[in-house]
Design a protein around this ligand. Structure first.
Ligand code: 4AD
Ligand code: MG
Length: 432
């Protein structure tokens, strides 16, 4: 009987049968008359055992010579083995070489981050990076499912834009047929237009910020999902954000447990991410930060030390609202009782992973919006279409943006954002 073509994650369904797997040699060790080949096929890794008695001499010699990362097609019978990862082992009956790999540069010794990033195209094959990218996929699926199941319409927003959304200091300028344009920092302003057409929308795509400082929490190209909701208040925005993050964490724990284990993540920490999340005002957060012994000047934005202290103090994400308007974006609505405060909210991840969400209720009044655009010295012509949203059927509304890479870093328990996106873009890095 011909062997069954299958993939490593499905081997358990074929115990006792002969199967064929197309993949690569991940690792190899030999002991006398036995070769142990670790085979990967993209879905998982399985150990293949080859004994002299089970294959012809030519095949056994080939296994002897074969190098790491060579592409191979193997056949073998599936044996249950509860000690093996995945619970199975392959007793190899055949080995076909597709291409012998040159000497593989990774994994012989400990490598520094620069070497690994220069070899990102190969580094992606390692167990740990494989697990991170699979968690990322689950985060993205959870994001889409959450909004799709709750009557939001997906509206894609442009990448070339004529104006800033999140401050002029991080704009990437491009020449657009002789005119100045910028890579988008956020789809929000267009999301607001779409929310006036569809009620509840989300946009989801890459966003760009010329972050000139080298930190572990900033990429120059990152993915953001941004829901925008007509008739929503700040409280509504916080309710959605909280349910959303609980959903994502729950989905990842449910569907990517093996990957989280590979990463050594403490899964109980993610299981604790259940509503309600603590909510506090900016002022209360300042008091809290000071009480934790971290320096904090009232009125200042939080930096990494303040976010880390706050996040460390809680086993759930924390939502901080009512910020000094001076440090927040032009589009945020002011508090009716205290116009020096903006109706913005930041969600800080637990365990010191920093801000994962920024959002707000938006200013819906035409004259106040005109005033804000002037105060922020933004080009009035470029915002005429945006002002139209306040001229024609304006309503209270709000939304938020969640950064995919920050979320993946937190869920995976990874220090640096560079491992959370397939090909990271950072200050001084645009290769490969
Ligand atoms: O707080 P931010 O700047 O908010 C906005 O862009 C709003 N327009 C969103 C909205 O209300 N629709 O960015 C939102 C999130 C941050 O909380 C963070 O998770 C992520 O985007 N983020 C970054 N992630 C990686 N690298 C960077 N340089 C990031 N800047 C922001
Ligand atoms: Mg922010």
């Amino acid at each position: 009987m011909a062997p069954i073509d299958t993939i490593i994650t499905k081997l358990k369904q074929h115990i006792g049968k002969e199967v064929r797997i197309k993949g690569w040699l991940y690792n190899k060790r030999s002991k006398g008359k036995i070769h142990f080949l670790e085979i990967r096929d993209g879905t998982g890794i399985v150990q293949g055992v080859m004994s002299t008695g089970d294959v012809d001499e030519e095949t056994f010699t080939l296994a002897d010579k074969i190098t790491r990362e060579s592409s191979i097609i193997v056949t073998g019978t599936v044996h249950q083995d509860d000690r093996a990862p995945g619970g199975v082992e392959l007793h190899l009956t055949g080995l076909e070489l597709v291409a012998m790999s040159e000497e593989y540069p990774l994994g012989k010794k400990e490598h520094g981050p620069d070497f690994l990033l220069n070899n990102r195209h190969l580094w992606l094959r390692s167990k740990r990076q494989h697990a991170v990218i699979r968690v990322r996929h689950a985060v993205i699926k959870a994001i889409r499912d959450f909004f799709d199941d709750r009557d939001y319409t997906l509206v894609d927003t442009p990448i070339f834009t004529p104006a800033a959304c999140e401050g002029t200091s991080t704009l990437f300028e491009v020449s657009y047929f002789g005119e100045k344009a910028y890579l988008t920092q956020s789809g929000q302003l267009y999301g607001e237009a779409a929310a006036m057409a569809h009620g509840k929308i989300y946009c989801f795509g890459p966003t760009f910020r010329a972050e000139k400082s080298k930190t572990r929490r900033h990429l120059t190209e990152f993915w953001m999902v941004e829901p925008e909701i007509a008739y929503a208040t700040l409280d509504d925005v916080m309710d959605v954000a909280e349910e959303f993050v609980e959903y994502i964490a729950g989905f990842v724990v449910k569907t990517r447990r093996a990957e989280l284990e590979t990463l050594g993540r403490d899964i109980s920490k993610l299981e604790a991410v259940k509503r309600p999340f603590p909510r506090m005002t900016y002022q209360e957060a300042c008091e809290k930060i000071k009480s934790l012994g971290v320096e904090m000047k009232d009125g200042d934005d939080f930096g990494a030390p303040q976010e880390t202290a706050l996040g460390d103090s809680s086993d759930k994400p924390i939502m901080i609202h009512h910020w000094p308007s001076a440090i927040k974006a032009f589009y945020m609505k002011r508090d009716a009782d205290n116009p020096s405060l903006a109706l913005g909210v930041d969600m800080i991840a637990p365990e010191g992973y920093g801000e994962i969400i920024g959002g707000a209720q938006r200013e819906e009044d035409l004259n106040l919006m005109l005033q804000r655009i002037k105060e922020h010295d933004l080009p009035m012509e470029a915002f005429q279409w945006y002002l139209d949203l306040r001229r024609f059927g304006t309503v209270p509304h709000g939304g938020f943006g969640l950064g995919v890479e920050r979320t993946v870093a937190w869920l995976c328990g990874i220090e640096h954002l560079r491992e959370t996106i397939p090909f990271p873009r950072m200050l001084h890095r645009i290769y490969p």
